[in-house]
Design a protein around this ligand. Structure first.
Ligand SMILES: [Zn+2]
Length: 667
């Protein structure tokens, strides 16, 4: 009888996280993460995605990254370690992309305990560790140049070398690997590298302080603090953010023209932006710094009410300018994959890098933890289910770099990136980023706090977790979501005393109901429903979400989609793909009647199993356009057409096609 008491006491006095364990709920967060393998998908939508990631994506990425056919990832580490001769090949951020693969593999291993994957990681980590310089520095372009006799190559000489990006992904991958395996092999490398950063940034020049491009190092450094319990890494993260502000005067492209604490809107390169916001949120969760939370909330509101696509995608423009329209023209600089102006959301030419969507999900995951506010979970879910999943093919092996919301055979302008998913992308940041995100969706599905357990995402799964006070909870979730709105959570093992179950009721779910052992409780859409009671094994909470298809319109200031609507069902955005239209009807010609009705039908044999939406639309008379820009309007004589919409994430899996998310309103 004494052992459980001792366990509770130990849990209460252990403030620093022990090796391999779940980090504590951050002191300034309402809800924290569950352990890396506490939640497991069992059946359904996310279980299928995890399985594809495990069986197809992880091996496909390994084949690219362990080989040298396309570029060099692991091989750059081999050369840097002196295990092979040669030059550095590939962009300078390839190290970081390899760490992302390691993170994905470790997250999968946490659940599967696959010995072969463990060995594959061990072998790669041994090479990475051997490549690391004695003082902890680790960045293969510089190390290889030094090894090949170029003594002039030195750390942090050019911020576009992406060293901080690489360091950040090393830290995150090392923490995940440690939590998954209990091993300290990669964690040791990360600690040495972080100690190098502590020294390198002790007395930084402004130029060094601005060396923060695509800043995954804020989240990574905070994660290293959470894993090791060593406060110097939290101090380093705080210092790096503060330095960034002190050295402002850079460019909006990199979000350092204006100090972060003075920013009120999302500007610049969308991946860099979202990584910065996620990192600032992590620091805020640990320190409670309100001067970080204030800009984060303002920027979030700007993104969600002005700059984000319906799918959760970010970064509208291939090439933008910022500050756009400034009276001081000398200030204006070019921005690659820009957030763009308020309400500037083109479809055919949307950039929407997959990494920006991943960054958006990671940022919202952190805002959710700080606040416990369901609106962040809603954006996280929409982003994961649409923008992130569209980044990878259903077979798990091909990837989009950019994510359009409309693709026509005739494009208004030529675009830099492929209009199809590819096995190889010369900028290979997105594939391992999708992999690590899908591999950890189980961890994003649940949360824990002093009051109890949180259900953020719905999917067939089990949870076996320990609350911050040491009490253990086991439950299972059964659902066919997002195809069906019924979610049943059954308590399998509950500790003594009262405990809350927080169930997210999405903002779109007006009319949702919840029953506890058959008795209804009060529900508000857009909030977590807190069910607090003393639980017994077998207690069941049933959530019923309304899954009626919804027509969505945009603020009229979004000029590109005036008089158009999109269709959503649950968290999923739907689209019209040319495969599902009669021959000779282009997606441009289809208009939705104002009273259109869609009937959902689950098709097991289509696109891995999806609910399609079937309805009657109209073909507006589509007199072909020639080369003219304008012509006299002649009222069309529409004719009916049966249409079938598919989930946006599943488009471009049946060969060449046209596709549109937004459709004009007909009669
Ligand atoms: Zn990317």
């Amino acid at each position: 009888m004494r052992r459980p008491v001792l366990a509770v006491l130990l849990a209460a006095v252990c403030v620093a996280p022990a090796a391999g364990q779940t980090p504590p709920v951050a002191p300034h967060a309402v809800v924290g993460p569950v352990g890396i393998a506490d939640a497991r998908w069992t059946t359904g939508f996310w279980a299928d995605r995890f399985e594809t990631c495990r069986t197809a994506t992880i091996p496909a990425l390994a084949a690219v990254m362990e080989g040298t056919e396309h570029s060099q990832f692991l091989h750059n580490f081999r050369i840097a370690a002196g295990l092979a001769d040669g030059k550095h090949r590939g962009p300078p951020w390839n190290d970081g992309d390899f760490y992302k693969w390691l993170e994905a593999a470790a997250a999968v291993y946490a659940v599967t305990k696959d010995a072969a994957l463990d060995k594959q990681m061990d072998d790669a980590i041994a090479v990475v560790a051997k490549a690391q310089r004695a003082d902890g520095y680790l960045h293969t372009p510089v190390l290889i140049a030094n090894r090949n006799g170029d003594a002039g190559a030195r750390p942090f000489a050019d911020r576009l070398n992406f060293e901080m990006y690489n360091f950040g992904h090393l830290f995150t991958a090392a923490c995940v690997h440690h939590r998954a395996t209990g091993k300290k092999t990669l964690l040791g490398v990360a600690v040495k590298a972080a100690d190098f950063l502590c020294g390198a940034f002790e007395h930084p020049t402004p130029e060094l302080a601005r060396n923060a491009v695509c800043p995954s190092h804020y989240t990574g450094t905070v994660e290293l603090y959470r894993t090791t319990g060593d406060k110097k890494y939290l101090r380093l993260a705080v210092k790096l953010l503060d330095l960034r502000d002190a050295a402002a005067g850079g460019t909006d492209d990199n979000q350092d023209r204006v100090p972060f604490r003075k920013q009120t809107e999302a500007v610049g390169h969308a991946v860099r932006a979202n990584y910065l916001y996620a990192g600032a949120a992590d620091v805020c969760a640990e320190t409670g710094d309100e001067t970080l939370l204030d800009p984060l909330k303002k920027i979030w509101a700007n993104v969600v009410t002005r700059k984000m696509y319906l799918t959760g995608a970010c970064g509208a423009l291939y090439d933008g300018a910022s500050p756009d329209g400034s009276k001081d023209q000398k200030q204006i600089a070019r921005v690659h994959q820009a957030y763009g102006r308020d309400y500037q959301l083109p479809n055919s030419t949307a950039h929407n890098e997959t990494c920006a969507a991943v960054g958006n999900a990671l940022w919202n995951w952190r805002m959710l933890q700080i606040t416990g506010d369901a609106k962040y979970a809603d954006v996280m879910e929409v982003t994961l289910s649409n923008a992130v999943l569209a980044g990878v093919s259903l077979d798990g092996k091909r990837f989009f770099y950019t994510n359009t919301l409309r693709q026509l055979d005739t494009m208004p302008v030529p675009l830099r990136w492929s209009r199809r998913r590819e096995e190889w992308i010369s900028c290979y940041c997105c594939p391992p980023n999708v992999a690590r995100t899908v591999a950890q969706a189980n961890a994003y599905a649940y949360g824990r706090s002093d009051r109890g357990v949180w259900v953020h995402l719905f999917g067939g799964s089990t949870l076996d977790t320990t609350l911050p006070d040491g009490r253990r909870v086991k439950l299972k979730q059964e659902t066919d979501y997002p195809w069906d709105g019924r979610v049943k959570v059954t308590v399998e093992s509950a500790p003594a005393g009262e405990l809350s179950l927080f169930l997210r009721v999405p903002g779109w779910a007006e009319g949702a109901t919840i029953t506890v052992n058959g008795k209804p409780v009060t529900v508000t859409a857009g909030r977590y429903a807190e069910v607090r009671r003393t639980w017994a094994a077998g207690d069941a909470v049933e959530l019923a979400l309304p899954m009626k298809p919804r027509l969505v319109e945009a603020n009229p200031l979004v000029e590109e989609i005036r008089n158009q609507v999109a269709v959503m069902r649950g968290p999923l955005v739907y689209c019209l793909e040319s495969h599902d239209l009669p021959r000779g009807v282009g997606v441009q010609a289809v208009a939705l009647p104002r009273d259109v009705k869609f009937a959902p039908r689950f098709d097991r044999n289509l696109l891995g199993g999806v609910a399609v939406l079937e309805g009657k639309a109209e073909v507006a008379a589509d007199q072909p356009w020639g080369d003219e820009l304008y012509r006299e309007f002649k009222p069309p004589a529409p004719r009916p057409v049966d249409i079938k919409l598919i989930p946006y994430y599943a488009w471009a899996n049946r060969g060449k096609s046209e596709m549109t998310v937004w459709m004009p309103l007909g009669r």
